[in-house]
Structures are given as C-alpha cells and as structure tokens.
Design a binder for this molecule. Structure first.
Ligand code: ADP
Length: 493
C-alpha cells in the first residue's frame, strides 16, 4: 500500500490529504464549515456539519488522487484544539453546539475557578493558566447550562470530547483523545499523562464523560464507513502536528504557524519546562510505549482572522490575498497600530479585559495603513511571544520555521524577519499540519522507518533575512507596546 491519508479538522475548514512515500501530496479536498456567533464573544460549530464535511472530503480526496481507500496504509488525524463538545452515547447526537476555542463565555467561570489563587492555580499540574481558551472550563459551562446534561452525564449517557474525540468516535467507535489534545483541557497531569482527580473534582466533572488518553503515534482502531478497514493510527493537535510536519524533532527546534491564530512552539525534549513569562507548557507528542516530548507554546488568538475581519466585517478587501496589495500601496504603517484583542489577549499577556484598538490615527491615515497595521500586528504579537520563549528557555533563536495560510504573504514574512531580527524560513511544503498527521500515522504503522527519514522530506523554499536598522526596529516595537497598553483594562471585570 503506497499512501497515507490525513484528516485536518481545522477551525475554518476540514481537509483530507493523501501523501506518498516521499511526503508529496497526491490528493486533497477541503470544505469550510459555518462559524456560528450567536452573541458577542460566543463562537460555535455544528459537530454534525463537521462530520459530514469530513466524510465528504475523504471521498473527494480519494477521487482527486484516483485511488481506492484500500490503498491507504493508514490514516492520521489532526484537529483544532480545545473546541469542546458533548454527545449522547446512545444516539451519537451532539447535545449542544461545539464551543470553539476562541469563545469567551467562560470568562467569569474561569475567575471563579481560580479563586484566591488566581489564574495560575492549576499551572504546576497542567502547564496552563486558567483562561477561556481551554476545554475544561468549556465542559463545565456545558454541564452547568445545558438543561438535563449533568443528570444525563451522571447516568453515564454523555461523552465529552475535543474534535479529535468526536471524529475518532464517528470513525472507529472508540472514545479516545491523544496526549496532545488532552494537555489542552486543564484536566490532565502533564507528568502522569492521566486525568487529574483533584482538578476534575474541583471542576465538578463526572469522570465517566472523559475519553481514554492514548499516545499520539500508535494504532487506535480500524476505520468504518468511508474509511472501512483502514488502520487509524495517529492523533496530534493541530499545532503539535505542524511542529511534527516541520520536522522540529530536536530540543531547541521551533516553528510559528500563521493561520486563524498564530502559534509558536519550541521543542523542549523530555523536559516539561515551566513558564514564568506567560507561555504554555504542553505535550509535543508521544510515541506508543515511549516517553512524551514536551513543548513551550505561545498562542496568539488573532492572526489570519484579523484579515478575515478586514474582508467580512470591514469590507476593505474582497479576498484574503488582497491584503498584501493594499498594504503594499503605502511605504509604511503611517504610525498606525492595530491590536486585535477581539477576545482579550492570549500569550504572553493573558488579559481577558483587553479589547481591540486602533492607535495613532491621523487625518493622513488610509486603508493601506490600516491593512498594514493588521498584518504587522501578527508580526509584533509573534515578537512578544518569541521574547517570552527566549526568556523562559534561555535559548536565543537564530531562525524561525514558518507555515500556515498567511505565510504566502511575502510582505508579512519580510516584516516578521525585520521586527524579530531573526531569519524567517519558509519551507517548500507549508501544509505542515496535515503533513504532521500523516507522519504520525505513517510512523505508527511502519510506512516510514523513523524520524530520520522524515527529516529528509523537509526542504527550504525561501529565507527572509532581517533588513531593518535596529533603531527603527526599536521605535516600531516600542510604539506597538504602547498600543498594547491602550487595549488593556477595557472590559470591566
Ligand atoms: P486555519 O488552519 O487556522 O483554518 P490556515 O492556515 O488555512 O488557517 O490559514 C488561513 C488564514 O490565512 C485565514 O485567516 C486567512 O485570512 C489568512 N490568509 C490567507 N491568505 C492570506 C494572504 N495572502 N495574506 C494574509 N493572510 C492570508
């Protein structure tokens, strides 16, 4: 069997990719799903729509590649992390809309759960600060707010999962999650890789709803339906998958993914490095019967979704790629700064009281400056995170591997190199997330011999060298920091 398949269940779309032994894509299909925003701060997905799309893209990608499912040696899965859902074990029907990672409805609940100890109450065990981002508080919210849900859960009829669990349930009938996804719930102990009984009891979550935690790389079961009989053999959360697809296998390797949000991960090897600078400690991956590898992560909520906002709400562009042309219509930002704190600020600030600001407007400011400010905000936020990462790890970064939908934007990549004073390296394959999931499944089933073989697949496409003088870099960054200050303390808490 000559191919590996991978499902990428992302925030905005679901895709299925098929790769050959050299890691080249031979078939792909993708479908967007609805972003439901029933009230300010709420973001939901319809899990049935997502599953239907998953089946559809699998069939379409097999047709695109011109192959039969029997030619797939194995299939892996990667997914948007933290997005939380519950379903009925009997009917298999979702019991509420899935609460998406960006949703802020658990803000008040998170403060209550922190109590006097505050947002770092569970950090030592879970590696995470209490924030609306994570799955555990979302599950607690569902149990408290969906009529009859807690009762049903206590009766053993309810299953909880992030999107990996949902897709695996549909695909194999197993109720599982992998260690990388479980490490984003705030309910798992990073060292034991098991649910933490004390936290579960503080969160008041019936243990019967929780999935079994499995290694990222290992056989989970056989597929049903559109993947009937195919070994399903790997799960990685999307950012961990991107790191894997970028071949960041050594301690000290780092990547930054520019998609809906922006996520920088640094491989810290066998050591779960605790952060004092506002980063997350998370599981990078675990091979079956092996020791886990850890990562430090800086999560930025709004990156590409700022561009989507320019397109959908502000109507300044008709399609995402047009942002580059609009930004390039002016030589610089005209002193305009945009802080996209739509749902507060994530790393390294973790301020749920922040909201978006545009700072530095004058009569001279135009749409070009605005577009530039939106793009530049992604680079500045990445610098905030990179500095925190260097401080936490004590390692100075010399180059940064990048991937994700935004990295086709040369203007952004050059500005990123300029503002970081670090070389930015774009690989030939920027679809690293889905590739990482394929790698996981291929390694688990012996399709590839080991990570050394995978390393040989990685190739550089373009390197952006820093070209800004240090005084200008310092001036721009200092204005950005002033703009961030202005975004804080906006929402009364
Ligand atoms: P995700 O996996 O999070 O759904 P992707 O990696 O597919 O995201 O990236 C899509 C994001 O990239 C969208 O938010 C879109 O606005 C943004 N994007 C796409 N093309 C460009 C471009 N040329 N310049 C800037 N942003 C872009």
């Amino acid at each position: 069997m000559a191919y590996i398949g991978a499902i990428d269940q992302g925030t905005t779309s679901t895709r299925f990719a098929i790769v050959d032994h050299s890691g080249a894509f031979v078939g792909m299909a993708q479908k967007e799903h609805a972003q439901l925003m029933p009230q300010p701060g709420w973001v939901e997905h319809d899990a049935n729509e997502i599953w239907a799309n998953t089946e559809e893209v699998i069939v379409a990608a097999l047709a695109d590649a011109g192959i039969d499912r029997s030619e797939l040696a194995a299939v892996g899965l990667t997914n948007q992390r933290e997005t939380t859902m519950v379903w009925d074990v009997g009917s298999g029907e979702p019991l509420a809309p899935a609460i998406v990672w960006q949703d802020t409805r658990t803000d008040e609940l998170c403060r209550r759960l922190g109590g006097e100890e505050g947002s770092d109450r569970f950090r030592a065990t879970t590696g995470l600060p209490l924030a609306t981002y994570f799955a555990g508080p979302k599950l607690r919210w569902l149990l408290d707010n969906v009529p009859g849900l807690r009762q049903n859960a206590l009766g053993g009829n309810v299953r909880f999962g992030t999107m990996d669990s949902w897709i695996m349930w549909k695909l194999t009938g197993e109720h599982v999650t992998d260690v990388t996804n479980a490490s984003r719930t705030m309910l798992m102990d990073l060292e034991t890789l098991d649910w933490d009984d004390e936290i579960i009891s503080i969160f008041d979550i019936p243990k019967a709803v929780l999935p079994r935690i499995v290694p990222s790389i290992g056989l989970i079961g056989r597929g049903r339906g559109v993947l009937e009989g195919v070994p399903i053999a790997g799960i990685l959360g999307d950012q961990q998958a991107a790191m894997f697809g970028q071949a960041c296998f050594n301690p000290g390797d780092a990547k930054n993914t520019y998609g809906t949000g922006c996520f920088m991960l640094l491989n810290t090897g066998m050591e779960a490095v605790a952060s004092t600078k506002g980063l997350l400690t998370t599981v990078a991956y675990q091979v079956a019967n092996g020791k886990p590898r850890y990562a430090l992560e800086g999560s930025v909520a709004i990156a590409g979704s700022g561009v989507q906002w320019l397109r959908d709400q502000m109507k300044m562009i008709g399609a995402a790629p047009e942002v580059e042309e609009l930004a390039a219509s002016v030589p610089d930002n005209g002193d305009v700064y945009f802080v996209p704190a739509f749902s507060g600020l994530f790393a390294p600030h973790w301020r749920s009281d922040a909201r978006g600001v545009v700072a530095g407007l004058t009569r001279f400011s135009g749409a070009g400056h605005f577009a530039r400010a939106v793009l530049e905000s992604v680079a500045y936020q990445s610098r905030d995170v990179l500095q925190a990462m260097e401080a936490d790890s004590g390692v100075a970064m010399t180059e940064l591997r990048v991937d994700g939908g935004m990295v086709v934007n040369d203007l952004l990549m050059q500005f990123q190199a300029d503002i970081l004073d670090v070389e930015v390296v774009r690989p030939r394959i920027i679809e690293t997330t889905v590739l990482g999931a394929a790698y996981a499944a291929g390694l688990a089933t012996g399709f590839w011999t080991g990570i050394d073989e995978l390393r040989t697949h990685w190739a550089e496409e373009r390197r952006f060298l820093p070209a800004m003088d240090s005084e200008r870099r310092a001036d721009l960054y200092s204005s950005w920091q002033k703009a961030v200050e202005k975004s804080l303390d906006w929402v009364e808490q």
